[in-house]
Ligand binder design. Structure first.
Ligand code: EPS
Length: 398
């Protein structure tokens, strides 16, 4: 569902990542160095990343769909070059190998290696699976998502993401206002956390994991405010905004849980403690709180969208778990491949862009509009419907 169509291609150590985004309106100012590259840089940051991030300096090349710095309405094609490819040319050769290339035959528990080998018949070389399963793919989803976020920003939406916990060490803020006000703190924190105390303890825990040859996961949060009500729909299962967001976020590598609003905590409480009272303020509808995370009945309520995602620890361990060598059938330790110790700060950036893709897609589905001007006008009409007077007039129409 939704109006945007997104495709990515590319292997972690292949020549480049490729992406196509179709369905964007015409008339959006879009410049890669201004709108995409700074977000790609944010994704590469974060304490606990491995050596690969020192090799890559991700920048997006816009190949189509933009002319003179403005979208035309045509599909937008992007490329991100893998700088590391020069070291992998023979091992990742598209043409038949010219020399012997060492195969990987010992799957890592937690990775796509084993299931992918069984599914695609790649037991003789698991690299055919994990080069594509790699979270390197998220660089392209972030680039495409940064375009969606540029659209949302042009329509006065405001989004933010941060790390709520790493390895069980949590640091949250009291209100959404506090979180948006902490933008600078989040962006300079090596772990994208709000609290300096949690940050210090999370860094210690990452160091501990690293020295033990282990890895860590965590929880990230993403919020978007100034969202007009009624994006998504209650009328069919595959048009529900919460379902679409959950699918998009759950598809990010290593994500094992997605929560909207009070989520799992709401299940411990009485209904009276959970649901968000309806009132009025200056003649417009208002809500007493936002436990719904800005979504009721699969539609945006006009309150901020609040989403959290849980990431499992990265599956490549330097002190590996037990596995089986698929070429000999013998029990052994899992394959070791250069990797990260903790990529939770990167996940926050990825979630924010993936959420932007879904929100932009559903916004365009709901509002229509082939140009930015049309879209702006339609959103203005929708926002006016918070007014009780306009709502009542709507009811009076036959
Ligand atoms: C990844 C392994 C590491 C990560 C990679 C994801 O790559 P490498 O094996 O080259 O060291 O750095 O993530 C990225 C390259 C990235 O840009 O996020 C994996 O196995 O999923």
């Amino acid at each position: 569902m939704g109006r945007l169509r997104i495709l990515t291609a590319g292997e972690s150590h292949g020549q480049q990542l490729t992406g196509i985004l179709e369905g964007m309106p015409a008339g959006l100012s879009l410049i890669a160095e201004r709108d995409i590259d700074p977000v790609l840089l944010e994704r590469q940051k974060g304490y606990g990343r491995g050596r690969r991030q020192q090799i890559e300096h991700d920048t997006a090349i816009i190949l189509s769909g933009v002319r003179n710095g403005v979208t035309t309405g045509a599909p937008i094609a992007l490329s991100i070059q893998n700088k590391d490819w020069v070291h992998w040319k023979e091992r990742m050769s598209v043409e038949p190998f010219r020399s012997e290339v060492q195969a990987v035959t010992i799957p890592r528990p937690g990775h796509a290696d084993l299931a992918g080998a069984i599914k695609y018949g790649h037991a003789s070389d698991l690299r055919n699976v994990f080069e594509r399963a790699s979270a390197r793919e998220t660089a392209m989803r972030v680039a495409l998502g940064a375009i969606a976020n540029t659209l949302l920003r042009a329509l006065d939406f405001e989004s933010i993401s941060f790390v709520a916990a790493i390895g069980g060490i949590a640091g949250e803020a009291d209100t959404i206002e506090d979180i948006f006000n902490a933008r600078q703190i989040i962006s300079v924190s090596p772990v994208r956390m709000l609290s300096p105390d949690a940050e210090r303890r999370a860094i210690e825990k990452i160091d501990q994991a690293k020295s033990n040859g282990d890895t860590l996961g965590g929880i990230v949060a993403c919020m978007i405010r100034n969202v007009p009500a009624g994006i998504g729909s209650h009328v069919q299962w595959d048009r529900k905004l919460d379902g679409l967001l959950a699918q998009a976020v759950m598809s990010i590598q290593a994500v094992k849980g997605v929560e909207i609003g009070a989520g799992f905590h709401a299940s411990h409480r009485f209904g009276s403690e959970v649901h968000d009272g309806i009132g009025t303020h200056d003649g417009t509808i208002s809500r007493t709180r936002n436990n719904s995370g800005g979504i009721e009945g699969g539609m945006s309520t006009g309150e901020p969208i609040v989403l959290r995602a849980a990431m499992k620890p990265i599956s490549t361990l330097m002190q590996p778990l037990g596995s089986v060598d698929l070429s000999t059938g013998e029990s052994t330790k899992a394959h070791i491949e250069r990797s990260d110790v903790c990529a939770v700060p990167a996940l926050a950036v990825i979630v924010e862009q993936v959420v932007a893709l879904t929100m932009a897609s559903e916004l365009l589905e709901t509002m229509g509009g082939d140009t930015m001007t049309e879209l702006r006008e339609r959103i203005k009409i929708r926002r006016a419907r918070y007014s009780l007077e306009i709502l009542r007039n709507d009811l009076a129409q036959p």
